[in-house]
Design a protein around this ligand. Structure first.
Ligand code: SAM
Length: 283
């Protein structure tokens, strides 16, 4: 009997109906399938019925169990089981050497970080992931709602986000304290890279945008101008708002993704003696 380990965010999905719904939501592509955290392998089993799979599991006890349970699939290469921390793998490179779709019941404690890493991985094209409902709503939030923050902007600037369905705590063993949701993020672009598909010119420009978002949303209920003027010229920021016919009392969640992108670009333009992203790269 394998005990669930809290430190690895282990809540094993028991509900067969939910497993079927996840399988039905998978994109119908020829791409490689990758799973993070196969756990006791129940969802893995269903995924393997559809496609070959590459999986990452951090818990060495579970890896022993999985190697035994899936010995035939591993022997014939239908399942590649990698033991280790998926975040370490992301630090080095991609989870796969070709384009892939990610399907996972993610551990809550690192779900947001994993999603942001997968969004940055140019080989990851689609994510079907189960996460805490509250976090799912943040990724799928639309402008003018209170949940609309940098997570929704970072996801929707390169793709489409959809909450597919909610999952109650009773679907798991052990049961988590909160509801979960399965979300689908389909990427249509990349943050940077190949000219026509990159939203930003370079990695440095993308990182500058992440920094801009941290500043713009540092106090989400305060005005955009109040937040932004801690890092950029207030005079310039005010003139940009007026140029765009936007009120100077507008709050960061009231600005659309397009507004944020445009304001960021204009703030980067050198006019007040501060360094632009491009200048920093040259240094
Ligand atoms: N897929 C299984 C299911 O649906 O029942 C288990 C899901 S459980 C919520 C999360 C899984 O992710 C666990 O198996 C856990 O050990 C694994 N995990 C946690 N942190 C990880 C990490 N950093 N890298 C890889 N796997 C991780």
């Amino acid at each position: 009997m394998i005990e669930a380990k809290k430190k690895f965010g282990q809540n094993f999905l028991q509900d067969l109906n939910i497993k079927h719904k996840i399988i039905q939501s998978m994109p119908k592509t020829e791409r490689q399938l990758v799973e993070i955290g196969p756990g006791l392998g129940d969802l893995t089993q269903k995924l393997l019925e559809v496609k070959p799979l590459i999986a990452y599991e951090v818990d060495s006890d579970l890896c022993v169990y999985l190697r035994d349970k899936f010995s035939k699939d591993i022997a014939c290469g239908r399942l590649v089981l990698n033991e280790g921390d998926v975040l370490e793998k992301f630090k080095k490179d991609s989870l796969c050497d070709r384009e892939y779709d990610l399907v996972a019941n993610l551990p809550y404690y690192i779900a947001t970080t994993i999603i942001l890493k997968a969004l940055q991985d140019p080989l990851c094209k689609c994510l079907i992931v189960m996460i805490q409902k509250e976090v799912a709503l943040k990724f799928a939030a639309t402008c003018k709602t209170k949940e609309f923050t940098s997570l929704a902007i970072l996801a929707s600037i390169i793709g489409s986000v959809e909450v597919l369905f909610d999952v109650p705590p009773s679907a798991f063993e052990p049961q988590p304290k909160v509801f979960s949701s399965v979300i689908k993020i389909e990427k249509h672009k990349e943050y940077f890279g190949k000219e026509s598909t990159g939203v930003f010119n370079s990695k440095a420009e993308f990182e500058a945008f992440e920094k801009y978002l941290r500043v713009a949303f540092q106090a989400p209920r305060k005005t955009w101008i109040k937040n932004i003027s801690s890092n950029f010229s207030k005079e310039k920021a005010l003139s940009l708002l007026s140029e765009q016919n936007l009120s100077d009392t507008i709050r960061p969640h009231e600005l659309s993704v397009l507004n944020h992108h445009l304001l960021f670009k204009k703030l980067q333009e050198k006019s007040d003696g501060r360094k632009t992203t491009r200048d920093s790269e040259k240094d």
